[in-house]
Design a protein around this ligand. Structure first.
Ligand SMILES: Cc1cc2nc3c(=O)[nH]c(=O)nc-3n(C[C@H](O)[C@H](O)[C@H](O)COP(=O)(O)O)c2cc1C
Length: 172
């Protein structure tokens, strides 16, 4: 049985690009990947680690999105499972230059949802080396997951993803 499932959903292609890179860092014998819309949540407990990858598309969009958003639909479905045998980890896409006050806020929504379900989150990532003024996706010097900025720092993504997946692999 495979150990890791990577679920992603984005709007313009960057999330999918990052998801493919994250996937490529694992041995294909232990990881599956799917967009979050086509994944059957009843299969989640077959995995030890669930990686969620998404982008932040506006703080106000996220709030509205609570009502109508694929991640919201996903979280409302998984809370019905009651038992959660897996750990979770996140990566989030954002833009430090255009949205320095809300950089990767979406990671904060992932964290909040997982906390409500008492699901353990691994893969926190230091904020060092990023330039932003505020983020709902960070606390005490760490993002809740890997922050990626493909708009401004695409050249840093490969090394960040490699180091982050190494960190995850130690905790699976
Ligand atoms: C309308 C819109 C709002 C955005 N708001 C934010 C934001 O609040 N914080 C942030 O870090 N990035 C924000 N971004 C940047 C995206 O998260 C970033 O471009 C990401 O790579 C998009 O990935 P995707 O195209 O796969 O969804 C925004 C982008 C758009 C188009």
């Amino acid at each position: 049985m495979k150990k890791v499932i990577l679920l992603y959903w984005g709007t313009g292609g960057n999330v999918e690009k990052a998801a493919r890179q994250v996937y490529s860092m694992f041995n294909p014998e232990i990881i599956d990947m799917s967009d979050v819309v086509s994944f059957d949540v009843d299969k989640l407990n077959n995995y030890q680690l669930v990686i969620l990858g998404g982008s932040t598309i506006g703080a106000e969009n996220w709030l509205d999105a609570k009502a109508d958003n694929e991640w919201n639909r996903f979280f409302r479905k998984i809370e019905k499972l009651k038992v959660f045998k897996f750990n979770a980890a996140f990566f989030g896409l954002g833009d430090q230059v255009l949205y320095p006050d809300h950089f990767v806020d979406g990671l904060g929504i992932f964290q909040e949802e997982m906390e409500e379900l008492n699901i353990r989150v691994i893969g926190q990532w230091p904020v060092d080396g990023y330039k932003f003024t505020d983020s709902d996706g960070a606390k005490n010097g760490f993002f809740y997951g890997l922050a990626l900025d493909l708009d401004n720092e695409p050249e840093l993504s490969t090394q960040r993803i490699a180091a982050w997946t190494e960190l995850l692999a130690k905790n699976i």
